[in-house]
Design a protein. Structure first.
Length: 141
């Protein structure tokens, strides 16, 4: 089933990085995938984080979801590189970049990992460069 997909979109709100990793293991099997779209952060007007802190009676470290977020996007970068070498992925869309507070960090994080094979085209969209990719470039999972 995965081998025929050409587009995949994943939306989750502050998933743990290991949940994202499980999804990405499936994404790596999608060798014909051309477009990958992701959203891992709540909208700015969302109260999900405040709600979680309230439910935990203040015992939730507000930094934990953001650390998981950063780690998840590092895993995304590894998967994009793998699909650059082993697949047909040509476009990465990251909806989270539209949020001003995390835009710079996220653009830098993703672009620094993908810069050799991908170009940042516009807000939240990376496109694969046309040059061939060396087969030794696949990161270990």
């Amino acid at each position: 089933m995965f081998t025929k997909l050409t587009s995949f979109s994943f939306t989750a709100i502050f998933p743990f990085y290991n949940h994202v990793d499980e999804i990405l293991k499936s994404v790596r099997k999608m060798k014909h995938l051309r477009t990958l779209c992701l959203k891992l952060c709540p909208e700015p007007e969302s109260t999900v984080l405040a709600d979680e802190i309230e439910d935990a009676k203040g015992h939730l470290d507000v930094n934990d979801p953001w650390n998981e977020f950063d780690t998840a996007y590092m895993l995304v970068s590894h998967t994009v590189i793998a699909l650059t070498v082993e697949g047909q992925l040509s476009e990465l869309r990251v909806d989270d970049v539209k949020m001003e507070g995390i835009r710079d960090t996220l653009e830098t994080l993703i672009s620094s990992r993908l810069q050799e094979w991908w170009s940042y085209e516009e807000r939240g969209i990376w496109r694969r460069k046309t040059q061939p990719v060396p087969q030794t470039a696949v990161p270990a999972s």
